[in-house]
Design a protein around this ligand. Structure first.
Ligand code: GLU
Length: 282
């Protein structure tokens, strides 16, 4: 017997939801419905510099308006920061993370100095400067209170894993993982003590998510998520990276564009039914 389907919608309350989020939430909840599965909601608010509880409340209101139903309780990530710390601790214990003291400027300077750096799809990758620090230097700088992030030692991680990773993408077919596109990614940010990647991978496993239905903007992150799942011995869900809604000019919808938030559409008299039919016909 195959496991019952469990999907989730995991918005970050950095602003109000717009049509694109309505589309994404409906994709995830309809998938669960179609398979007689469960649908969960998770508020990804670990980044206290960008998220707030008013936006989170507004998200719940917007989703209710759309007629989307989720299981209670909603998982609120900022109530579980200690869990993410513990999970990072496991990776650290096995030597898969290293402290990185670089500022953005340091990284920029190092990339310019080296004259070349490995590139990901969004530009040059971290040149692994701090990976070469000795244990003594790491300890001394931490003891001196120097702020640091924790980065994945990708080389070491892939040596340990010892095989090529893949994921099943129900939209794009079987994918070979290319974690080198992200390089030595930040797993624990300096400012918030965790990262989207770590918290999402931790929670997806904890919540028993079988099918991750999310936008194509996160396609590349899945390369890293598979590595983390392998290192942490977590189950591997199926993925559905759906297209993103765009405006008439083909640009992605953005939270900062107030005119198309669900709240403002609702307040201007648009009904949930008409919005749903608009987004389901794209
Ligand atoms: N919180 C992420 C966002 O709002 C989504 C994370 C995910 O679905 O994995 O873009």
């Amino acid at each position: 017997m195959t496991a019952p389907v469990v999907t989730r919608f995991a918005p970050s309350p950095t602003g109000h939801l717009h049509k694109g989020h309505a589309y994404a939430a409906l994709q995830a909840s309809n998938f669960a419905k179609k398979h007689g599965g469960r649908f969960l909601l998770r508020i990804e608010d670990i980044d206290h510099t960008r998220c707030n509880s008013e936006n989170a409340e507004q998200i719940l209101e917007d989703l209710r308006w759309l007629g989307i139903e989720w299981e209670e309780p909603v998982r609120i990530q900022n109530q579980h920061l200690n869990e993410y710390r513990e999970t990072a601790g496991k990776l650290e214990q096995h030597g898969f993370l290293y402290p990185c003291f670089c500022t953005r400027k340091d990284i920029q300077r190092e990339i310019e100095r080296a004259g070349q750096a490995p590139h990901g799809s969004e530009g040059p990758l971290y040149p692994s400067t701090c990976r070469h620090l000795s244990k003594d230097e790491q300890k001394a700088r931490i003891a001196a209170g120097e702020a640091h992030a924790l980065r994945l030692d990708l080389k070491r991680a892939m040596n340990e894993i010892g095989q090529e990773l893949t994921w099943q993408d129900r939209i794009h077919g079987e994918q070979k993982c290319r974690p080198e596109l992200l390089g030595d990614a930040v797993i624990v940010r300096k400012d918030i003590g965790t990262s989207y990647h770590l918290a999402a991978v931790h929670d997806d496993a904890l919540q028993g998510i079988t099918d991750i239905v999310r936008g194509e903007d996160l396609f590349e992150s899945t390369n890293l998520h598979r590595v983390l799942q392998e290192l942490l011995n977590l189950p591997v869900p199926s993925y559905h990276h759906h297209k993103l809604l765009t405006d008439e000019k083909g640009n992605r919808l953005a939270k900062r564009d107030k005119a198309i938030t669900l709240k403002s559409l609702r307040e201007s008299g648009v009904s949930a039914e008409s919005l749903k039919s608009q987004v389901s016909s794209v």
